[in-house]
Design a binder for this molecule. Structure first.
Ligand code: AHR
Length: 521
């Protein structure tokens, strides 16, 4: 047996995965008596950029559209998103954010200037979806806004005025302008990203340069009228630990002048094995399935490594690790604009979503928000739209199933499982997280990563006296099953009856390539 996760995770290496008919076995302990950290609902947040049909067509159709809408925003998309409790939405980018000038997107729509979306396909952006429309979307969904400010090509004045426009009651130029544009009361805006990927599309800065800019911009982002900003620093490339060290040192080192100006630190990590050959979202082999899961499991290593640096400076975990871009990035669907990043979504995406959400749940003492990229029609989306039709993706169903963990207390899990091997590589075949909600109900989410072998799981419930078990499952016949327009759904949530209590031990039969959430009460 090889210990992989010192506190909560170990797994057994074995060669059993070659014998496909055979069942794997796993032993789990749920430490319901040891829960102390809350899984922030903001781990279940979204990202919506002005990219391809992410906003236009996907969310915004305009008030005159034949597609049913409320003030221009699609009703079908809002209705579907309400069912997954979207906690927060990050907007307007991404790379787009650092070329976005917010004043282009306010006032009468026919007076708004058009610009070229240079990052994403060079298409015309007519700014018809701007600040008021985004805030309306958040209000319709009951989600909090996460505004990403322009540090790359904007100014300190522009960003500080945006904060004033959104959040100030008072007698000042920006709140007057907001009132002129029809919104009397300010909104509440908590989350504010001070630039995006400032190592790259956000301005090609060094960490030292960015740290200086972060201080300068943050200083002028004011808290108005009871609104308190939670300012989020841009991170570096996924494995740029020096960037994390630089920002954290400035936060609380010998020259800790960023203290008071920072609440969150961003990590972006996409599941891509080879950026020059990302592969199809739906046409893939078991080797690709394995490679994708192996890659996505790296999220845990990244969180641990960045957290270790943050822990050095921030023992009380005051700064949240904000994973504000994550997910699968495959080739665009054949025949679609390469700049629009439109991809289908299969059972493999569902598995990636489950694995990452389990990782975030298990690391909730440091991970305070995560925003999957992206909400509609872009990358690993919840929803795909085609004119008036919509498709709910396998990833959508994972978010729906996992919503029970939002704001619940995380329960540490110890796992012993067999490995899933492909050629010379092995990964753990099982991935789990658990929580206890405010009513005392326990939810345990299991992902069986093996595409062919079911698992016989024995689960010890320490400190749980429940006796009623219900369950839900997401699986499909094929690893590349997906939902498509005009066809019956191939992947969605079904009832799961394969779990029972035997002498206080939870015993379950976890089908191959499945995601199961059990409720114990
Ligand atoms: O999500 C697509 C792009 O990926 C974002 O605009 C950027 O931040 C990242 O590189």
């Amino acid at each position: 047996m090889k210990a992989l996760r010192t506190t909560v995770f170990t797994f057994l290496l074995s060669s059993i995965s070659i014998i496909h008919a055979q069942e794997l076995t796993g032993n789990i302990v749920i430490h319901a008596d040891a829960g102390k950290d809350t899984i922030s609902k903001f781990i279940y947040s979204q990202f919506a950029e002005h990219l391809g049909r992410g906003i236009y067509g996907g969310i915004w159709v305009g008030e005159d559209s034949p597609i049913p809408n409320t003030r221009g925003i699609r009703n079908d998309v809002v209705d579907a998103l309400k069912k997954i409790n979207v906690a927060a939405i990050r907007w307007p980018g991404g790379c787009f954010a650092d070329e976005y000038h917010w004043k282009d997107g306010i006032g009468p729509r026919n007076n708004r200037p058009s610009i070229v979306n240079t990052n994403w396909g060079g298409v015309t952006e007519d700014n018809s979806f701007g600040t008021h429309e985004f805030m309306d979307l958040c209000e319709q969904l009951g989600a909090e806004p996460v505004i990403c400010g322009n540090i790359g090509s904007g100014t300190v004045q522009e960003m500080s005025e945006w904060v004033q426009y959104l959040t100030s009651e008072g007698d000042n130029p920006m709140s007057k302008l907001r009132r002129m544009n029809g919104r009397e009361k300010p909104w509440k805006v908590r989350f504010w990203c001070v630039g995006n990927e400032t190592w790259g599309c956000g301005g090609i800065m060094s960490p030292e340069h960015y740290a200086n800019e972060l201080g300068r911009y943050s200083h002028f982002l004011r808290n108005y009228d009871g609104n308190t900003l939670y300012k989020i620093s841009s991170g570096g490339l996924p494995e740029d630990y020096n960037w994390t060290e630089t920002i954290m040192k400035k936060w609380k080192g010998t020259d800790g002048w960023l203290q008071g100006y920072l609440s969150g630190y961003s990590l972006h990590f996409y599941t891509v094995n080879d950026w020059s050959k990302k592969g199809s979202a739906t046409e893939f082999t078991e080797k690709d399935w394995f490679a994708t899961l192996q890659k996505t499991l790296e999220m845990e290593k990244l969180i641990k490594n960045h957290s270790a640096i943050m822990d050095k400076y921030d023992t009380e975990k005051r700064i949240g690790l904000i994973v504000d871009e994550w997910g699968n990035w495959f080739d665009v669907e054949p025949g679609t604009n390469p700049g629009f990043l439109y991809q289908q979504n299969s059972l493999r995406d569902a598995m990636v979503a489950a694995v990452n959400l389990n990782i975030f749940n298990n690391h909730c003492s440091r991970v305070k928000m995560a925003n999957i990229a992206q909400m509609v029609n872009v990358l690993q989306a919840m929803i795909l739209t085609r004119d008036s039709k919509i498709v709910l993706t396998p990833t959508y169903y994972v978010f729906k199933m996992y919503a029970v963990h939002q704001d619940a207390v995380m329960l540490p899990v110890t796992i012993q499982c067999e490995s899933y091997s492909n050629e010379a590589n092995s990964i753990p075949s099982l991935n789990v997280s658990a929580s206890k909600d405010k009513e005392g109900k326990i939810h345990i989410s299991f992902a069986n990563l093996h595409p062919a072998q079911p698992q016989n799981i024995k689960c010890e419930l320490k400190g749980i006296s429940g006796s009623k078990i219900t369950g839900e499952i997401i699986t499909a016949e094929e690893i590349n099953a997906y939902n498509d327009f005009g066809k019956p759904e191939m992947v969605n949530i079904q009832k799961f009856n394969g779990a029972k209590l035997q002498n206080g031990i939870l015993v379950l039969e976890l089908p191959a390539k499945s995601i199961v959430t059990l409720e114990v009460k």
